[in-house]
Design a protein around this ligand. Structure first.
Ligand SMILES: *[C@@H]1O[C@H](CO)[C@@H](O)[C@H](O)[C@H]1NC(C)=O
Ligand SMILES: *[C@@H]1O[C@H](CO)[C@@H](O)[C@H](O)[C@H]1NC(C)=O
Length: 446
């Protein structure tokens, strides 16, 4: 199950690639892998170096301009520099006819900024786009829900569950808080998908942060503003059915907005009409949802894979040779990466899994290849337990009963990774080939 899914980006499909197309769609929603986040960080490092070069060039240019300015100003302030002196007259005329134009029309500034543009464009293809930003926003909201985190806490850099006095789930080495515009963006992503529950929480936080800095200009936040956040927040309340609060907020909005405080409409009807026109103008932009990255590894891919397969065969006592088992699947879950509850086995005879012609997935071996700082447990929903991520630990379970029926208790989910990089290897073992290793039984309880 785990590997398929809409829009899955396989980092490298070795062997059995075709199986990817067979697998039933899994309901996944994950921010891109942590590896991509590290790459993004590397790319930002490159941008920083380009910006530093630009600043160096521009400072040198401005220093040259200052020197010219100082030189000319000194001549103008010197009473003894009379225009009667033919040499001074010559240099004045030369300056005006030649030096000034070259100072004013210098293309140096353009060249410097062009170099900066080119440097950025070279990297642009590798930089995250709007889709990735939306995915990251959704990952934050998922963490908020799954671990019952308060939005205010998260915006302040804390991972503290709201309703308990338990210690924080994760304490980052360096506490990073979110800006008003960051919160505004998360709220907007929720808003755009009609998720007013989340948009209210995040826009509330954005509004309270914008209110604190209202009037003080912050270049990093010029995109979002208190007005915009109030606008979206009021409409979120409106859609959530809290009309009176929507009106209170839209009054505040009108107060700050371009109308000015002296033309606040007096009646609710006017405000509603006003709201209607404002919100008809707000666009909807959905985005593709990211998924965990995965790859299929044939045992010939590397001696390590072969050794791992032999060890799994020895431990389980099952026949893992193709086609009795699928190739080893390696999955990387990034920040907030998770899997919705699912069964590993096929629940319909029409499932593409049967195209391997070796029956259903009788058992699963799941190996945690990495540790994470927080989150990421595998939760067995009906069986009511979860297994935390412990590096090099392996989970084994039978998906099918001895009579071949699926075992409902194996419904499981990958909880969102709160902090860290979760790597998992999955081995799905099929029914065929195991007839003498796990004999059948007609008893449905077996
Ligand atoms: C509307 O929202 C405000 C602010 O969150 C809250 O105090 C109020 O109780 C809500 N009213 C209704 C009817 O839900
Ligand atoms: C699930 O397990 C927890 C703790 O192990 C227990 O408190 C809870 O009652 C259990 N829930 C069900 C539905 O069995």
């Amino acid at each position: 199950t785990a590997a398929s899914g809409r829009g899955m980006r396989a980092v490298g499909v070795l062997g059995l690639g075709a199986l990817l197309a067979w697998l039933p769609p899994a309901h996944t929603d994950t921010f891109s892998a942590l590896r991509s986040v590290r790459q993004a960080r590397g790319n930002e490092g490159r941008l920083l170096r380009r910006l530093r070069a630009y600043l160096r060039e521009e400072s040198a240019r401005l220093r040259r301009l200052s020197r010219f300015y100082e030189k000319v100003r000194a001549l103008h302030q010197d009473p003894s520099a009379s225009v009667d002196n033919p040499l001074l007259a010559f240099s004045l005329i030369k300056r005006l006819s030649s030096d000034w134009p070259s100072v004013v029309y210098s293309s140096e500034a353009t060249e410097n900024s062009r170099a900066l543009h080119v440097g950025f464009q070279e990297l642009q293809r590798e930089l995250p786009g709007a889709e990735d930003l939306d995915g990251a926003a959704r990952a934050l909201m998922r963490l908020q829900d799954v671990y019952a985190l308060s939005v205010k806490g998260m915006a302040n850099g804390l991972f503290q569950p709201t309703s308990t006095d338990r210690p924080p789930l994760y304490s980052p080495g360096r506490r990073v808080s979110l800006s008003a515009d960051d919160c505004f963006h998360v709220g907007k992503v929720a808003y755009d998908t009609g998720d007013f529950y989340h948009s209210i929480a995040w826009l509330e936080e954005a509004v309270s942060r914008f209110r604190l800095s209202y009037g003080s200009w912050n270049p990093e936040e010029e995109r979002g503003s208190l007005e915009d956040a109030l606008d979206y927040l009021a409409f979120s309340y409106f859609m959530a059915g809290n009309i009176s609060h929507a009106l209170t907020l839209s009054r505040e909005f009108l107060h700050y907005g371009t109308w000015g405080s002296d033309v606040v409409p007096g009646s609710w009807g006017e405000v509603l009409e006003c709201l209607y026109h404002l919100y008809m103008g707000l666009g909807q932009w959905g985005a593709e949802v990211g998924c965990p990255h995965s790859a299929w590894l044939k045992d010939t891919a590397d001696p390590v894979v072969r050794a791992l397969e032999l060890r799994m065969a020895a431990i389980t006592g099952l026949d893992l040779r193709p086609p009795y088992a699928e190739y080893l699947q390696v999955v990387n879950y990034g920040l907030g990466g998770h899997y919705e509850p699912h069964f590993d086995h096929a629940t319909s005879r029409k499932s593409p899994l049967y195209r391997m012609k070796s029956g259903n997935r009788i058992a699963t071996v799941m190996i945690y290849l990495s540790a994470v700082e927080a989150g990421g447990s595998t939760a067995f929903i009906y069986a009511n337990f979860s297994v935390p991520v412990v590096k090099n630990a392996a989970l084994f379970w039978w998906n099918l009963r001895r009579n071949g029926d699926g075992d409902g208790d194996t419904l499981h989910a990958g909880c969102p990774v709160l902090a860290g990089d979760k790597w998992v290897a999955n081995k799905w073992i099929h029914e065929y080939g195991q007839e003498f290793r796990r004999p059948c039984s007609r008893d449905p309880r077996d």
